[in-house]
Structures are given as C-alpha cells and as structure tokens.
Write a protein that binds this ligand. Structure first.
Ligand SMILES: *Cc1c(COP(=O)(O)O)cnc(C)c1O
Length: 396
C-alpha cells in the first residue's frame, strides 16, 4: 500500500532541493571523451571524468570488446563457481596479479562489490579494522558488514593511526585500510609510514587503488609503486571503471591464501553474476597496452604538471600534489557552483563540490586531467578559467 511513505518522500525530496543538494543527471549525447556533446547539441571539453588514460573509447579497447563479444557471447547467466568461469576470466585474473605484483586476483562486478566482500570473511569479532576517516563509501560499507571492532583514524594522521594500532593491540588480527588516492583532494596515502607502522604493530594493509591503478607510479602500478612499497601490501582493491577503460568491474588482488579464502567465502563474489565477457576482454587488452608502454601515463603526468603549473601561475589556489585530480579551491559554496556554471557557458565542463561532499567552507572545483586531453584542450581550459576567475573577482 503506497501511501504514507509517498508523502514523506515528497517532503524529503523537497528538503534536498531546498538545501541545494539535489543531484541532477546531465545527459550526454556522445560517447565519453575529451570532447563530449551535451543535450542542447553543444560540444564541451570534459574535465570531470575518471577517464584518466583516455581509454574509455580507445579504438583498441573497443575492438577488443567487439572481438570478445563475437567469440564468447554476451552473458554467462551464472555465478563464477557454477558455470560462469571462462578461460578469459582466469586470464584476466592472472594479468591483474602480474600487473599489480600480487599473488592472485578475484574479479567482482564492481570495486564497490569488492570492498563489500573483502572484510566480512576475514574480520570477525576478534579482529580490528583501522580505517582512514576519509575512506571511500564502499570501504565504509564493507567494514560495516564485518563483525570486527572498528577504529577510525584522522585522515592521513600517522600519530593517530599509531594510537589506534596500540588500542587494537589485543585483537587477534589488525587490518589497516586506506584509499591509495583520496578523491576530493587527490592526495596520496602515506603508504611508507602506513607499512612501517603496520609492520611494527603486526597489522595487515589493504589499499583501495581505484584512483591510481594504471597511471600512478613510474609504470602505472599504482600507489604502492609510487611510494616504493610494492610487496608490503597484503590486499589491493581496485576498479576497471576508471582509468582501465571505464566500463565496469573491479577486483581484490592479494596474498594467495587470502584470495583463495575469498573465493570460498566472499558474498558479492558467490551470489552475484559473472563479469560480462566483453568487459573482461577489453580490460585484458588495456592491461596489455599498459604493460607494453608507459606512453599514456607519461602523457597524463605531463598534462597534469602543465595544468597545475599554469593554473598556479594564473593565481588560482590549488591543492599541491601530483595527481590528475586538481582541486581549485574557492572555499565559498555558492562561488564554486557559479564558477562551474560560467565555465560550462565557456565550453568547459567541470563540477563544483561543496558540503557535505567536502567540509563546510572548503568548496572547490575538482578538475580531472586525462591523457585524452591535448595541449590545445588544456590551454582552452586554462584561459576560460582565467577569464571567469577575473569576472568573478577570484583573480585580480
Ligand atoms: C570509484 C571508487 C570505487 C567504486 O568503484 P566501482 O568499480 O565504480 O564500483 C571504490 N573505491 C574508490 C576509492 C573509488 O574511487
């Protein structure tokens, strides 16, 4: 009987609108890329996709998806352990393990599922999970599903992490959990310190490298490579839905027995359908491409440096860092949204982020650079930012 709840939902939806928190979905009428077409037919430069390596519509990736579709069909209509495992699933698991330098890998329909299924099997009442306050929503949810004690340390605060490790000393197992890169600031986790502390206090380490796999580190292996701690991380979760082609899918990669155990126990793996062949084939092709040459991540790095330098020189207040997530700090909520609107009029698609996604008074525009951007795209964006910045009196 759809009655009382309807009225309540209408009221709550209005509250969301009144608070300026209602999320409209922008409809795009072209494939994903550096240049996209928005509904009114206007072409804009896209600076807000997670398409870091520009692979979302790379011809070789699309071709691999076509070929896999033709060879292996559309769907599997089964979970992996009944009749859903193809040769190509095993191949992809091997390639991901090799790429990340881990023993073994388990595929999931999304990294959200990987994070939903990675804690509960290992971490019972006797265990402790020690987690960064700014970790991704899917890690938070996954940790909630486990019966372990939970310790939240202040974001990137190594003194607090150490304090929490001490508090958790009596637990049978300790697991430190962190995003490799945090999506609002683009800051990299201090994996060096995290590993050292975890070794000192006998803890395991899990890194969610969704915003890093494929492009952070000299050969794109992610934050463990960037920080020089490959081999010291026990579990990596990551997505195929960002740099690695951007369709969907995710995985947990890690120590042999841990992955073997997850294959027996992890609920989103056991009770959800097999990753579609076309996605498997295309992701596999992406890993081949990234293993052959670092050309794309090198271009992304160069683009990022260029954009960060020019925007800083123009007078913008940018959170320093190396990541293609470039937060342009505006502080005032309204200003961030006005600026994004003005930039769209100039043909630059970016998003303003404000409370509650970021703390009050720390509103910003989050620019995301891609290897798909050419010098001309970056220059257009920088000059549009500068024009709008002057108009809104952010710049002198
Ligand atoms: C995007 C993201 C996810 C979710 O990945 P999906 O594969 O889209 O479910 C999980 N963790 C982090 C840190 C992310 O940035």
């Amino acid at each position: 009987m759809y009655g009382a709840i309807k009225g309540d939902l209408v009221k709550q939806l209005q509250e969301i609108r009144d608070n300026g928190l209602y999320k409209d979905e922008r409809v795009i009428s072209s494939p994903q890329g550096a240049v996209i077409t928005v509904t009114d037919g206007k072409q804009v430069l896209n600076f807000c996709a997670n398409n870091y390596l520009g692979l979302a519509n790379h011809p070789r990736v699309v071709e691999a998806a076509h070929q896999t579709l033709d060879r292996w069909g559309y769907g599997l209509s089964s979970v992996r352990f009944i009749c859903g495992t193809l040769k190509i699933h095993k191949e992809l698991e091997r390639k991901v393990s090799e790429f990340l330098g881990m023993d073994d890998t388990l595929l999931y329909a999304a990294c959200f599922d990987a994070n939903g299924g990675v804690f509960e099997p290992f971490m019972n009442q006797e265990s402790a999970i020690i987690t960064d306050a700014l970790n991704h929503a899917s890690l938070i949810d996954g940790i909630r599903l486990a019966k372990a004690q939970r310790f939240i340390y202040q974001h990137a605060d190594m003194h607090d992490l150490e304090a929490k490790l001490k508090e958790a000393a009596s637990a049978r197992y300790r697991l430190v959990v962190t995003d490799g890169v945090f999506s609002m600031d683009g800051d990299v986790a201090k994996l060096n310190d995290i590993c050292a502390l975890s070794e000192k206090y006998d803890a395991l380490v899990l890194v969610d490298d969704s915003h890093a796999t494929g492009f952070i580190g000299k050969t794109g292996r992610g934050t463990p490579e960037h920080c020089g701690v490959m081999g010291r991380i026990d579990l990596i979760t990551t997505t195929f839905g960002k740099a690695l082609g951007g369709a969907m899918g995710g995985c947990v990669s890690g120590r042999r027995e841990m992955i073997e155990f997850l294959r027996q126990k992890s609920r989103p793996y056991l009770f959800s359908n097999t990753l579609a062949p076309a996605v498997v084939g295309a992701t596999s092709a992406v890993l081949d491409m990234l293993s052959e040459t670092t050309h794309l991540r090198d271009k992304l790095e160069k683009n990022t440096q260029y954009f960060r330098e020019k925007m800083t020189a123009a007078g913008f207040d940018i959170k320093p860092g190396v990541h293609p997530i470039v937060p342009i700090m505006l502080y005032e909520e309204k200003l961030a949204h006005t600026m994004a609107d003005e930039l769209l009029k100039e043909g630059i698609y970016v998003i303003g982020f404000s409370y509650p996604v970021v703390p009050k008074g720390l509103a910003r525009i989050r620019v995301q650079i891609s290897a798909a951007h050419d010098a001309e795209h970056l220059d257009k964006s920088i000059s549009a930012f500068t024009r709008v910045g002057k108009k809104l009196q952010i710049l002198n």
